[in-house]
Design a protein around this ligand. Structure first.
Ligand SMILES: C[S@@+](CC[C@H](N)C(=O)[O-])C[C@H]1O[C@@H](n2cnc3c(N)ncnc32)[C@H](O)[C@@H]1O
Length: 290
């Protein structure tokens, strides 16, 4: 069977299994098996697959049909124009999280941050946020924490691949606790966090490719989804400089619960919508004392 015929069969198979982007996913998986890109498939459309290639492609297709996400099958996901290694130890970076990075870059690019800015990425996972910030900011250091040592190993590999190892300090532990051990209060200009925010009771209702494959440690945000953020906000308040920013990704239904997290004597906050028009990002600014 040649490449064109294998693709046609795979498309039809994934389509029958209810995969929406069957054509695209068939191409991504075959390109991965053959070590080429999607254009390469069409350049070599008439080449016959070896038996080994056919077997590997069929195995990928059946794992995909069983619900395994494409990013775990290929080990890659693009985020902020960068290629990230992903394994089942980390959440697959989501396009909506790019809003958080873009907003952080805009805030820090306003130019009034002197010297070498210190930032934090709490719950770094694959390192998507920390590595993107380090890559796109000319200066500064990112303190990236995670409670999962396995996730931190993936993040460290992503930092290495993108040449920013020297710009990120990886720390294992709960929220900002490991940063508090090494930095004095009032050190950080920005704290970014895409922590688990799905209410525990909703985890079972997620799409099976999320619920069955992605780490629950990366999803479960407790009773109302805000338990980790509720603990994070006072820690961030202590570590931020006056006028510093806390950026948190949330689920749209949580906006009405945010008020008590941000007492108006200490914080000003706004909620921004993602490209799909959903309220997704909290940008909170620590007020300067009078
Ligand atoms: C939703 S994932 C986000 C990963 C990454 N920041 C991203 O945007 O793709 C949340 C991450 O928070 C980590 N995490 C969960 N509880 C934590 C805690 N108490 N302290 C630090 N990290 C935590 C998980 O291990 C997971 O890697």
């Amino acid at each position: 069977m040649n490449i064109a015929a294998a693709l046609a069969r795979a498309r039809a198979f994934l389509h029958r299994k209810g995969i929406e982007a069957a054509a695209l996913e068939a191409e991504v998986l075959l390109a991965h098996v053959l070590g080429t890109d999607r254009v390469g498939l069409y350049r070599e459309a008439h080449r016959t697959l070896t038996r080994e290639e056919r077997v590997r492609f069929e195995e990928m297709l059946s794992r995909r049909a069983a619900g395994e996400p494409v990013a775990y099958l290929t080990g890659h996901r693009e985020f902020m124009g960068l290629d990230f290694l992903v394994t089942r130890d980390v959440l697959i970076p989501r396009p909506e999280t790019e809003l958080l990075v873009e907003m952080a870059l805009e805030i820090l690019g306003r130019g009034d941050v002197p010297g070498e800015p210190l930032l934090a990425d709490v719950g770094t996972g694959s390192g998507a946020i920390a590595v993107s910030l380090a890559r796109y900011l000319a200066r500064g250091t990112v303190y990236a924490t995670d409670i999962s040592p396995a996730a931190l190993a993936v993040a460290a590999e992503n930092a290495r691949r993108h040449g920013v190892t020297g710009r990120i300090v990886f720390l294992s532990g709960d929220l900002l606790a490991p940063v508090r051990e090494i930095l004095p209060p009032g050190s950080l200009v920005l704290v970014a966090a895409n922590l688990p925010y799905i209410p525990s009771a909703d985890i079972g209702r997620l799409m099976p490719d999320v619920a069955c494959y992605e780490p629950h440690l990366a999803l479960d945000g407790g009773a109302d989804g805000l338990e980790l953020y509720r603990r994070l906000v006072p820690q961030a308040r202590e570590l931020l400089v006056p006028g510093g920013h806390l950026l948190m990704e949330i689920s749209p239904g949580q906006v009405s619960l945010l008020g008590p997290l941000f007492p108006p004597d200490t914080w000003q906050y706004r909620v921004h919508r993602d490209l799909a028009g959903r309220e997704r990002l909290v940008v909170a600014r620590k007020k300067a004392p009078f």
